[in-house]
Design a protein around this ligand. Structure first.
Ligand code: ZN
Length: 429
């Protein structure tokens, strides 16, 4: 029988039973193992015995990024330190990083989750997986690597950047799968096109992580590389690392591994559940994480639940693409804007390419102004695009309810990035 990393639940009822068991275990594990959680629970007036149904999760206190920083270097630790076999850290730019500890079982669970992502993307033991993400204390490289080995495919661990070596291995090793950020994928696609080596490579799939990819960007990469398919992988250091969800080949949403964590979508202001289909903050509770369990951890990532079952038949629940982080939210004249909304508008205009920047400034009249700089697609004359400017302004106005100016640039004029693209330039303060 074919080995699978998918859970064997027959229906969602079985999955909910499994979640309740995991929730009870996590709550009592954290309460008994961590003085931080014990104190949180006492302040909220709950004990493990109060968890009788999945709805009782709403009585539990929240955990935040600040709690992780305050508990530096080993926050939320709920096991004895001798049971910790590895740590990873987030790429915090200022101050203390978030450090997360793992037991041997945590790593095992993470590897299985990651192997499941590859399996869902249709990657098999015959594939050669070129991994172009950061190795080191970050979770990315290790996750893609160990998940690939767990699946039984061949890992080609090149790491990020290094375009010459990437191209060399694509040609010489004939990698079939490429894993990177969306920005790096665009950079590679353009480079392969420029070097004229597209008929010498054998790339079939790309798995894109850690950065939102717009549909314009995906279409461009797919076309340049002649790919069969590309997938968005999700994850964060706090929740094991990348590999906690993936969009399946139907691309109707991102299946997330609901047998390993519970996902709530809450209004970031009121912390009450949003209506089904509304955008809110992802709040996660792990079901079997030992070293640093998460209880109602506020991820700051914004998305919405997809309630329609996926036509692929897999019962694992789905959420939409990540719309952005609540930290990235732009407030312009009282309107909340997520970069993902700008992506969507630009992707809907045929002559506009995938690369754009959002510039914000405060003028002498004391008001805030937004200018969107967008590239045209390759082959479109940027000097003949008065219409395009107008379309961007009008569509932003009607879809996002805010006025903006637009400036149109030629193809390739905006910078390309080997990591995550910088898109917001806020010059208001
Ligand atoms: Zn599906």
């Amino acid at each position: 029988m074919k080995k699978t990393f998918m859970p064997g639940f027959k229906d969602t009822g079985q999955l909910f039973d499994h979640q309740l068991k995991g929730l009870k275990w996590t709550v009592s594990h954290a309460y008994n193992g961590s003085s931080f959680y014990r104190k949180q629970f006492e302040e909220a007036g709950v004990t493990p015995l109060d968890i009788k149904s999945l709805d009782d999760i709403s009585a539990l206190p929240f955990t935040t990024g600040k709690d992780l920083k305050d508990g530096y270097p080993l926050p939320l630790l709920s096991v004895s330190e001798k049971d910790v076999v590895r740590i990873h850290a987030s790429s915090g730019t200022t101050g203390k990083r978030k450090v997360l500890a793992y037991t041997a079982k945590d790593l095992d669970v993470w590897c299985d989750m990651f192997a499941r992502c590859y399996e869902m993307a249709g990657v098999t033991g015959n594939d050669r997986v070129q991994i172009a993400v950061g190795y080191g204390v970050w979770t990315a490289g290790m996750g893609f690597q160990l998940g690939c080995e767990r699946l039984g495919a061949m890992a080609v661990p090149v790491g990020p950047g290094n375009i010459d070596m990437q191209c060399q291995f694509l040609v010489d090793i004939q990698s079939t799968v490429f894993c990177c950020t969306a920005s790096m994928a665009l950079l590679m696609a353009e480079e392969i096109n420029k070097r004229g080596i597209s008929d010498k490579i054998n790339l079939k799939k790309m798995i894109l992580g850690s950065e939102r990819s717009s549909s314009a960007m995906r279409a461009r990469i797919k076309e340049l590389m002649g790919l069969e398919d590309m997938f968005d992988i999700t994850g964060m250091t706090e929740l094991y690392g990348p590999g906690t969800g993936l969009d399946c080949p139907m691309h109707e949403g991102i299946h997330y591994w609901a047998d390993k964590f519970i996902l709530e979508i809450l209004d970031p202001e009121t912390l009450e559940p949003v209506e089904d289909g509304e955008v809110g903050e992802m709040v996660v509770t792990t079901l079997c994480k030992e070293a640093a369990p998460l209880i109602r951890y506020r991820t700051r990532d914004l998305t919405r639940k997809i309630t329609k079952p996926c036509s692929c038949g897999n019962i694992l629940f789905m959420h939409d693409k990540i719309m952005g982080r609540s930290d990235d939210m732009i407030i312009l004249r009282g309107v909340n804007i997520y970069p993902g909304q700008i992506d969507e508008v630009l992707s809907s205009i045929p002559e506009v390419g995938s690369e754009y920047q959002i510039h914000l400034e405060r003028k002498d009249d004391g008001k805030d102004y937004m200018t969107i700089k967008a590239e045209v697609k390759q082959g479109v004359d940027p000097d003949n695009t008065a219409d395009t400017r107008d379309k961007i302004r009008k569509t932003i106005q009607s879809k996002i309810m805010v006025s903006c100016d637009a400036s149109i640039l030629g193809y390739g004029e905006l910078p390309r990035y080997a990591g995550k693209a910088r898109r917001i330039f806020d010059n208001r303060s």
